[in-house]
Design a protein around this ligand. Structure first.
Ligand SMILES: Cc1ncc(COP(=O)(O)O)c(C=O)c1O
Length: 421
């Protein structure tokens, strides 16, 4: 038996058991077989008519995921951060004032990038774990009588803290202040998994990345652009070349790219959109809501708290879990990886070592999630957290058993009450 169960390795995950790891970071997420197969194909000529046949309907259908009819979506090679850069350089000019509430790592990184682009960043420093303060946004916009603020940047779903901001409230702040600033929204970890209503919220720029709710490998930056944002490109003076929207719009009009596109990823995106629309956007949102509720139930049963300060801001796609000071979150993450091939998200910036994150987004469903919760529970217990083994998973299963009914959507703050029709 010595060669079947090696005594020194008995407690370590055997990599040969499966090629599917338990990827529970908040993106990249697991890529379903359907999408993998759609991408696994011979390389095609991106100037041939077949490419336009793939691409033109894709450009239309991706709008359904962003819930926009009046806007357009551009799809660049790159990650979400490339989407940020493309958006700001195409619509703003050096020295423009931009209002950026900073309540997590991704807000902070976005603000840093805006600084590097020589924009004049007006940060609203907000305690991490909270959402963007709509009232402060309103007050600052109202005070700006000369309308010098050209844009407000909001991260819809702050992946570092697991906090959702009420974008509709931010839109109201702009409208109530009668301010013409552009509204930029980062939907990198929400679009395709949580209600994101680009038209209804009058979002001017909506940024997404392929590797989260869209269930694709990293590599695509998707940018929703309103008509107003498109007009702003005519006067924007930030330097841009590769990411120039006008080149992209022109080539896309005929179904092509102004450069070599990532064709296989686009085939994957076609399949991803098919899967989401087949399931139905509302169902997809509801599935994410159920998963989030189950994780929240487990967290509370473990006697732990989420980083999100208020229940109404709990994210449906990621939970950031705060550990007692006696336990280093990095150790939990490392043990989960070592023993169960379970990959959890680390705490970012000032949350490093204090928080670990469970991503529950993309192709996630109750059974895979349950496995991850069991893994976390085992690791937490062996790290010395005083929990009754089974308490967390039991609470999660209880939550899952009670949330099968779609009518429960009404309990969900971000429920898709205006899903695209
Ligand atoms: C909310 C949010 N915005 C932006 C980014 C940056 O995206 P990327 O790493 O794809 O460049 C991330 C990445 O996790 C994110 O979660």
């Amino acid at each position: 038996l010595g060669y079947i169960i090696h005594p020194r390795k008995a407690d370590q995950f055997n990599k040969t058991m499966t090629d599917n790891n338990f990827l529970f970071v908040p993106g990249p997420t697991f890529v379903p077989g359907r999408i993998q197969r759609a991408m696994s194909r011979s390389i095609e000529d991106h100037r041939a008519p077949q490419f336009a046949e793939l691409f033109l309907p894709l450009l239309e259908d991706i709008k359904k995921i962003f819930q926009t009819r009046s806007g357009n979506v551009l799809i660049y090679p790159g990650s979400g951060s490339a989407g940020w850069e493309a958006s700001m350089t195409n619509t703003l000019s050096p020295g423009d004032k931009v209002l950026i509430p900073v309540y997590g790592e991704f807000c902070r990184r976005w603000a840093n990038m805006a600084n590097k682009q020589k924009l004049n960043v007006l940060p609203i420093l907000t305690e991490w774990g909270n959402e963007a303060p709509a009232e402060t946004v309103f007050n600052l916009l109202e005070e700006d009588v000369n309308k010098e603020i050209k844009a407000v940047f909001i991260v819809h779903n702050e992946t570092s803290t697991g906090v959702v901001t009420d974008v509709a409230a931010i839109r109201r702040a702009l409208d109530d202040a009668q301010h013409p600033a552009l509204l930029f929204v980062d939907g990198v970890s929400s679009i395709g998994g949580m209600h994101f209503a680009m038209d209804q919220w009058a979002v001017d720029i909506a940024v997404c990345g392929s590797q989260k709710c869209l269930m694709l490998p990293p590599g695509l930056a998707l940018i929703g652009i309103s008509q107003k944002a498109r007009k702003a490109t005519l006067h924007a003076r930030c330097p841009r070349a590769y990411f120039d929207f006008s080149d992209m719009f022109q080539a896309n009009g005929d179904g092509y790219y102004p450069f070599t596109p990532p064709v296989n990823l686009l085939h994957g995106l076609r399949e991803s959109i098919n899967m989401i629309l087949e399931e139905g956007l509302e169902q997809v949102f509801h599935r994410h809501y159920r998963m989030a509720k189950a994780v929240q139930a487990a967290v509370h049963a473990w006697g732990l708290e989420l980083c999100a300060q208020s229940r109404k801001t709990y994210s449906n796609t990621v939970s950031a879990i705060v550990l007692p000071e006696s336990i280093n979150a990095a150790e939990i993450i490392q043990q989960a990886r070592k023993h169960y091939d379970l990959y959890l998200g680390a705490g970012l910036g000032p949350l490093e070592g204090k928080v670990f994150r469970i991503g529950h987004l993309g192709t996630i469903h109750p059974l895979t999630l349950s496995g991850a919760i069991c893994g976390v529970e085992l690791v937490l217990q062996s790290a010395g957290l005083s929990i009754n083994i089974g308490a967390g998973i039991s609470a999660a299963l209880d939550s899952l058993s009670k949330s099968t009914d779609v009518s429960q959507l009404n309990n969900c703050r971000n429920h898709p009450n205006m899903a695209y029709r």
